[in-house]
Design a protein around this ligand. Structure first.
Ligand code: COA
Length: 499
């Protein structure tokens, strides 16, 4: 079994316990790990590292990953106080709490930027890379598991590489990866992807075998998250989008099989893509970041010809399904480094249809995806803006109210901006869809209030807008002292509604 997983004799001598491997990580180091939206991240080594800190050793690190990772990495190391600095995205409660209480320094950044930031040294030297792998090839090449993320750059830059061979990951994953690392400017070449399914690299991460300092064999499975059931609101959002896409095809602005789809994380995003299973569209392609359960549904329904992403992120049930039929699904999936899956140049060329989720959206089309009430970090913007800015059509979805109706997700002014009015093209809630393309701000406001806001808040939004229109500036009118008063009212009274 291990011969198939470690295909170089000299590397077998590097097999050590997780505790021994973790000793390579020391206080003050920058550690770059595999993993993306909790899949394909190292587990045994971080757990051993957390134990050292819990036993009283002073150890603090900067942790870089592709995106969010599971409890064994973000959770265990946050609780043990090991993570001092964290980039670029997370979804773990303990990490989130550390960020919001100021014990963890965090920069929320575009995922496509991270490998470039690493290679220019903005996080300092990359001391250790810890990478989950399916196997190591005869040449020392590292075959990733269910995500690629930043692993190629981490392996390239790190002084030492720790490989976690995870025997719970099926060997049928071999061959689905496409590893291509762009040069830095001025040597960077155009990325030769013209279709979602184009392969341009190797099926393994090239690695000088002498850099592999330790190999740990483990079978701890990814702690994937359950997905919420598809509720009425998500279904309504999905139906609005499908109706709109149908209209665009009829108008001749989209081909019959659409353009490559990108869909964000979470239950609503999963439901939107899931809605396509029952739609008339066929021969769909995806150029996205995460491949969720609904993609498996689309593959099963024979609707998708290729799904390109950087990670497979199934739910708990989805993981069982994936493993059961991995040979079939692997034929439809390509996993790329996040610098390529999220590459703005490629997204613009392919004409991606991007669909991401907002926390709140304002009447002029600015979107907040990250900071609750303007300052409590939720997750991060992830790759959403990599696509939004460069999509052929960018969609933002949200349910029109939150917290049992005490919050309107459509507000006069968002309390934090991740995506601007210049990039957001279509806004969708369960109430309806506002196509903002070719509209001026005041036209956008009318559309968003009429089509997307909840009826409980429409009179308040109209009242604000009409009074703002009476001020001197007519282009994007605001009552600046009142623009964020809805958020203040929620903080003071527990509701945005007027008593
Ligand atoms: N104001 C305040 N809180 C709000 C809110 C609003 N307008 N809208 C939602 N919330 C709260 C919810 O009540 C919930 O709180 P809870 O955790 O205390 O229950 C929380 O925000 C998450 O809302 P939920 O409806 O469960 O959202 P989701 O799972 O669909 O996630 C995002 C929504 C925006 C947080 C998530 O999509 C995200 O992190 N996006 C940014 C990253 C991204 O787009 N990645 C994909 C790129 S490829």
């Amino acid at each position: 079994m291990i011969d198939n997983r470690i295909r170089r004799e000299d590397l077998k001598g590097k097999i050590v316990s997780a505790e021994e491997a973790a000793l390579l990580i020391k206080d003050g180091m920058t550690v770059a790990a595999s993993g993306f939206t909790p899949s394909g991240y190292p587990k045994a080594v971080p757990l051993a590292l957390a134990k050292r800190a819990e036993a009283g050793e002073q150890i603090g690190i900067t942790l870089l990953t592709g995106a969010s990772v599971g409890d064994e990495l973000d959770g265990a190391l946050s609780r043990a106080g090991v993570i001092k600095r964290r980039f670029p995205y997370q979804t773990h409660n303990d990490t989130r709490n550390g960020i919001n209480n100021g014990t963890i320094m965090y920069q929320d950044m575009h995922l496509s930027h991270l490998p470039q930031y690493m290679s220019y040294g903005f996080f300092g030297n990359i001391d250790v890379a810890v990478v989950e792998a399916l196997a190591i090839t005869e040449d020392g090449g590292i075959i990733p598991t269910t995500s690629v993320g930043i692993s190629p750059t981490a392996v390239k830059l790190a002084d030492k590489v720790i490989v976690e061979i995870n025997t719970s990951q099926p060997m049928a994953l071999e061959g689905i990866h496409d590893i291509y690392i762009p040069e830095n400017p001025p040597y960077r070449k155009p990325i030769p992807i013209e279709k979602s399914g184009d392969r341009i690299g190797t099926t393994y991460i090239p690695c000088d075998p002498s850099k592999i300092a330790a190999i740990v064999v483990t079978d701890i499975t990814d702690k994937v998250r359950p997905l919420g059931p598809i509720d009425e609101d998500s279904e309504a959002i999905s139906n609005h989008i499908i109706e709109f896409l149908d209209y665009e095809v009829k108008k001749g602005r989209l081909p019959k099989n659409l353009l490559p789809l990108q869909s964000g994380v979470g239950s609503v995003a999963n439901a939107v893509l899931g809605g396509l299973v029952k739609s008339p569209f066929t021969d769909l392609t995806c150029y996205t970041e995460v491949i969720q359960d609904s993609m498996l549904d689309l593959i099963d329904a024979g609707k998708v010809t290729i799904a390109s992403g950087t990670s497979i992120t199934p739910s708990t049930e989805g993981l069982v399904r994936l493993h059961k039929d991995i040979e079939k699904y692997a034929k439809y999936i390509i996993l790329r480094p996040q610098e390529i899956s999220n590459n703005p140049e490629v997204a613009r060329r392919l004409g991606v249809l991007s669909m991401n989720t907002a926390i709140e959206i304002d009447m002029y089309g600015h979107v907040n995806s990250t900071n609750i009430m303007g300052s409590r970090m939720m997750n991060g913007l992830g790759g959403s803006a990599d696509y939004t800015r460069n999509a052929y059509i960018s969609f933002y979805t949200t349910v029109s109210t939150a917290k049992n109706g005490d919050i309107s997700s459509i507000v006069p002014m968002v309390s934090h901006v991740d995506h601007t009015e210049h990039d957001v093209m279509v806004v969708v809630t369960e109430r309806g869809l506002a196509d903002l393309r070719g509209t001026a701000p005041v036209e956008r406001a009318r559309l968003i209030i009429d089509k997307c806001a909840h009826p409980d808040y429409q009179p308040m939004l109209n009242d604000y807008f009409e009074r703002a229109l009476k001020t001197k500036t007519k282009h994007e009118p605001h009552l600046i002292g009142e623009a964020l008063s809805w958020h203040q009212r929620f903080l003071d009274t527990g509701s945005m509604k007027l008593k």
